[in-house]
Design a protein around this ligand. Structure first.
Ligand code: NAD
Length: 244
């Protein structure tokens, strides 16, 4: 039996990239998995290929998340594991040149989206006194990537939110942790300039991009019962880039 046998897991932004790799990894551990994504067509194809369930969900819209939760729980049962992974990088500009609407959109998806996602599942987890939340932030939130002020600020916000929520839920059996990957080659790279991507690689001491499977491995650990004494914690997955 897999370590997540009988558990229900949701991965936001699960249609592709890191989210899909996490979903497939949780599935291999025995969890029943739902992919929530704004791009529901791709999510449905991915779900069909991996035996998961797919739901349309926009993480910036609380009503959309509540509807996805109701549909998921009707099909799979109560959600035990939430991986808040959906995100965008937005364009790369110097701070003073960054279009304000783009800046706000990145904060809306990457930070408010994680808040709304957690907000949607915490009441049920608290009531059942059981749960694992894994938020996907970024090394950019620890170090600040130049030309990516919105992304860096949003991801730093996710780190703070994780620390806060971990402590709020510390009297329960719900654990809340966060992963801060360095660059992992996915379709997300298409949103960035080639210079930005090359700069990110040059900062990684291991000299290569991370693999989606490497982030998935850490997420599976954080979603499991093996994580009992860590909460509100930030787990590095940066090929040696992070110094704390
Ligand atoms: N790829 C990297 O280098 C890297 C590094 C560090 C952190 N991350 C983080 O990992 C997460 C996944 O990144 P990825 O590289 O797999 O990206 P990706 O672009 O391959 O996939 C992101 C998914 O999120 C979905 N999404 C976007 N906006 C959404 C919304 N409003 N509501 C619901 N779904 C939405 C997209 O449709 C897509 O399926 C992101 O939070 C990203 O910031 C990525």
């Amino acid at each position: 039996m897999g370590q997540l046998e009988g558990r229900v897991a949701v991965v936001t932004g699960g249609a592709r990239g890191i989210g899909l790799a996490i979903a497939e990894r949780l599935s291999r551990d025995g969890a029943r998995v739902a992919l929530w994504d704004a791009d529901v067509g791709v999510a449905r194809s991915a779900a069909a290929a991996s035996g998961a369930h797919a739901e349309a969900a926009d993480v910036t819209d609380a009503a959309s998340l509540q509807a996805a939760l109701a549909r998921t729980e009707a099909v799979l049962g109560p959600v035990d594991i939430m991986v808040a992974n959906a995100g965008i990088t937005g364009p790369n500009h110097r701070l003073e040149d960054y279009p304000v609407d783009d800046w706000r959109r990145v904060i809306e998806v990457d930070l408010v989206g994680v808040y709304l996602t957690c907000r949607c599942v915490v009441p049920g987890m608290r009531a059942r006194n059981r749960g694992r939340i894994v938020n996907i932030a970024s090394i950019a939130g620890k170090e600040g990537n130049p030309m990516a002020s919105a992304y860096s600020a949003a991801k730093a916000g996710v780190i703070g939110l994780t620390k806060s929520l971990g402590k709020e839920l510390a009297g329960t059996e719900v654990r809340v942790n966060c992963i801060t990957p360095a660059a992992v080659e996915t379709e997300l790279f298409q949103q960035m300039t080639a210079e930005q991507v090359a700069w990110m690689k040059s900062k990684i001491p291991l000299g290569r991009f991370g693999l989606t499977s490497e982030v998935a491995e850490m997420a599976a650990f954080l979603a499991s019962d093996a994580v009992s004494f860590s909460t509100g914690a930030i787990f590095d997955c940066s090929g040696g880039r992070a110094v704390y």
